[in-house]
Design a protein around this ligand. Structure first.
Ligand SMILES: *Cc1c(COP(=O)(O)O)cnc(C)c1O
Length: 373
């Protein structure tokens, strides 16, 4: 079967998102250019208020990207040189990088084989005298088992920071991801459930002191122009990105519902195939399917079939943090986190985005069925 470029089932198509918000966005961009207020200012304030309110948190501090959100959160919390921070081996490298950039050491644990979120039973052996914080990652859009994480952290006197970079709009026992720890970190990279037209990020918190510190840290340690209280960064988000995010935020819940409907459709049609494992939803969280990740006994066969059928797919992630060249210094080797390593060899992310059509999903389903024979 030959395929043309129109036949491709994209892994992700953002164009329909922008089509939905185009009119609002055109109006906002006109106003921004007319006012020429590009950095900080009213558009940024407005989005921060809206995103704080959406999550039910007191403060939102926008920053340049999700990595900066985690980095500044650690700095604001006073975590740095000589400290250790626990997170998961199966995450995007940025979680670990931000810990390293704060001057602390990332200490990794394995994930739960069903939900791909932090295996809380592994925390005890990861804790040392130097441990200061835990960063659970709500990976693929599914909340980590937060009651257990928080109970453990409280017992040990550790701070919890949430990496909610993949879980905008998801909740755990009625609480929004990002609001359960002391600080919640978000990325607005275009592909995320809430995405800018470029890089973006934010931190939410209920702690006024931390919020104040974060505002200083993101803009040269300055409250009054050219007066610098502390040494900071230039991690600001700009007006144009905030205008994009404000227009898209009004659609986020609807887009997450569409993702969940698409996930249901995959489930209905793939449940009987015995050589793949479908995503498992935890009992207490709402999965917002940033990614729809299955496991395949024979991944290469599936990839070949997808390539022949013009279907794009992904792997999140092929190499876990502990086996990355960049983290050789942690001294890990293969076998240290067996659940993560097994997953990394088997996982495939299927096309998933709010506007995916049934026809596109049918083609993915048919290709998987063909690979079964
Ligand atoms: C995207 C992402 C980040 C980093 O966000 P950037 O905006 O790309 O810097 C951090 N952690 C996780 C789990 C992510 O998916």
């Amino acid at each position: 079967m030959s395929t043309t470029s129109q036949d491709v089932v994209p892994f992700l198509d953002l164009r329909p998102q922008f089509a939905e918000v185009q009119d609002d966005l055109d109006k906002a961009l006109k106003e921004i250019f007319a006012s020429s207020s590009f950095v900080l200012g009213p558009w940024v304030d407005r989005f921060e208020e809206q995103f704080a309110k959406y999550n039910g948190s007191k403060f939102c501090i926008s920053v340049h990207n999700g990595t900066a959100a985690i980095h500044l959160s650690l700095l604001a919390a006073g975590i740095g040189e000589g400290d250790e921070v626990i997170t998961t081996a199966n995450t995007f490298i940025a979680t670990a990088e931000a810990i390293s950039f704060a001057g602390a050491k990332p200490v990794l644990v394995d994930h739960d084989p069903d939900t791909y979120t932090m295996d809380v039973s592994q925390l005890e052996k990861a804790v040392t005298k130097r441990t200061k914080a835990i960063i659970p990652v709500h990976l693929y859009g599914q909340p980590a088992e937060m009651d257990d994480v928080i109970a453990f952290a409280e017992a040990k006197g550790l701070m919890v920071l949430e990496d909610a970079c993949q879980s905008h709009g998801s909740s755990y026992k009625g609480k929004m991801t990002g609001t359960m720890g002391k600080l919640g970190c978000f990325s607005f990279y275009p592909a995320k459930n809430l995405g800018a037209a470029g890089d973006g990020g934010a931190i939410i918190t209920d702690d006024a002191g931390l919020a104040d510190k974060l505002k200083l840290l993101r803009s040269h340690g300055s409250r009054i122009r050219y007066q610098h209280e502390i040494i900071g960064h230039n991690y600001r988000l700009d007006s144009i990105q905030c205008a994009v995010l404000s227009t898209k935020l009004t659609r986020l819940d609807n887009w997450n519902e569409r993702r969940r409907a698409a996930a249901n459709y995959y489930r209905q049609h793939l449940a009987d195939i015995d050589w793949i494992k479908l995503p498992v939803e935890g009992k207490s969280g709402v999965h917002v399917y940033h990614l729809y990740v299955i496991q395949a006994n024979d991944r290469s066969k599936l990839e070949k079939e997808f390539a022949a059928s013009g279907i794009q797919s992904g792997i999140h992630y092929q190499t876990p943090v502990h086996l990355q060249q960049a983290y050789k210094s942690l001294g890990h080797s293969k076998g240290d986190f067996p659940v993560t390593e097994r997953a990394c060899e088997r996982i495939v992310s299927l096309p998933m985005f709010p506007h995916i059509t049934r026809e596109q999903q049918d083609r993915v389903i048919a290709a998987i069925k063909r690979a079964s024979t």
